[in-house]
Design a protein around this ligand. Structure first.
Ligand SMILES: C[S@@+](CC[C@H](N)C(=O)[O-])C[C@H]1O[C@@H](n2cnc3c(N)ncnc32)[C@H](O)[C@@H]1O
Length: 375
């Protein structure tokens, strides 16, 4: 997509998928945090005008709607800090947010504060978050630029220094791949975003590997910055161009909820959205069963490496932290592995927990695991 010049622009299908993902995540994030904390904050560095050309809501309006619902159930406080550089879009955003407020009750509006600032997102957003105390509270930061990369690594580090901060960054490798080999300025932009020059090894990668190389480099960069858990979600637009949403958190629950949201948007693989107009779309398998063959292989290998056995809870945590899969997918996969005699299960007498063990030589008998209610 060319960078739009007008105040509003047409919403692409992949943007709709991004909004779907954001909404699904915030639907989980807001009630969990408000049930435990007095205040949480949502911030955007690239807020946009709050509306698309055909009238669909932009991300700040979507987030506002989710927060208003959560505040009805949890009467706490939420703040929104929204930055936008383009003065015309700021004006439109103010109008859209005022409309969103007008749809809510006094009760919600008193608890949901909106701050809109015009200007360059950096370092102004960080300053805003610092002086308002938001960095020391639960905070979700959406950095949804056109994909630059525009986010300095130093900003990611400053955010990750705080335990309850989470980020979602839009990253478009194509810009770097196309221009950085020839243009010194683009290379420097890359160095600032990645916090070093390792990413430049992309120029030596075979062309089929370049996208995933940069994606993994950028994910690694969030990890180096201090976000212990990262996920990516790939979106392919109508021209076959790839964009990534990269999520970083230090929180197991945040990781789990973001995976849930991703699997909800992509029920087959949990990691991608393709525009139906993308010419390569037909190559995808279109069965509706989640593709968990890889999870089964990973679990089987993990169990074989653990001769003492592993509990279901341990396997679920392993899946959460080490794979793209969700803890909720583990039980079914273990059952399939057991039925194929690829692992064995046993219910320990002392704890009553199911242990998953390397396969026995004899064929599987009845399933003691069913007794502990996990099955
Ligand atoms: C991809 S759009 C944001 C869309 C919005 N997040 C949504 O989903 O509805 C990126 C926005 O960032 C703004 N922008 C670009 N560079 C910026 C900068 N350096 N600082 C702040 N805003 C910027 C653009 O004007 C544009 O409105």
């Amino acid at each position: 997509m060319a960078v739009p010049k007008e105040v509003t622009w047409l919403r692409d299908p992949h943007t709709a998928a991004k909004h779907d993902l954001l909404k699904k995540y915030l639907d989980a994030w807001a009630p969990i945090l408000l049930s435990r904390h007095e205040m949480a904050t949502y911030a955007e560095g690239f807020a946009g005008p709050g509306v698309y050309k055909a009238g669909e809501p932009g991300s700040p309006v979507i987030a506002h709607g989710v927060f208003a619902d959560a505040l009805l159930r949890h009467p706490k406080h939420l703040r929104m800090f929204l930055m936008e550089k383009d003065a015309r879009r700021v004006q439109e955003l103010r109008r859209q947010m005022a409309r969103a407020q007008a749809r809510q009750t006094e009760h919600v509006n008193q608890r949901l504060n909106i701050h809109i600032d015009e200007g360059e997102f950096h370092p102004a957003l960080l300053e805003r978050l610092r002086t308002s105390g938001a960095l020391d509270q639960p905070l979700f930061v959406l950095l949804d630029s056109y994909g630059g990369p525009d986010i300095p690594y130093s900003l990611l580090k400053d955010l990750a220094a705080h335990d309850r901060v989470e980020v979602m960054v839009t990253f478009v490798p194509g810009f770097l791949m196309r221009f950085a080999a020839k243009h010194e300025g683009r290379r420097q932009q890359g160095d600032i975003a990645f916090g070093g020059q390792d990413w430049q090894a992309v120029f030596k990668q075979p062309s089929t590997e370049k996208f995933t190389f940069l994606r993994d480099q950028y994910r690694g960069c969030l990890q180096r910055a201090g976000f212990t858990h990262t996920l990516y979600f790939e979106m392919v637009d109508e021209g076959g161009r790839r964009l990534y949403l990269i999520f970083g958190t230090k929180n197991d629950k945040g990781l789990e909820k973001m995976k849930d949201a991703m699997w909800n948007v992509d029920p087959n693989h949990g990691v991608r959205y393709r525009d139906p107009k993308d010419p390569n779309q037909q190559q995808l398998d279109l069965d509706w069963d989640p593709d968990t063959a890889a999870l089964r292989r990973i679990l089987r290998d993990h169990v074989i490496d653990s001769p003492e056995g592993v509990t279901i809870a341990e396997l679920q945590r392993f899946a959460l932290l080490e794979t793209v899969y969700r803890p909720a997918q583990v039980i079914r996969s273990v059952r399939q592995l057991r039925d194929a005699n690829a692992v064995a299960t046993d219910t320990t007498r002392v704890t009553g927990k199911t242990l998953v063990l390397p396969p026995r030589d004899d064929p599987p008998t009845s399933s003691p695991a069913e007794q502990d209610g996990l099955w």
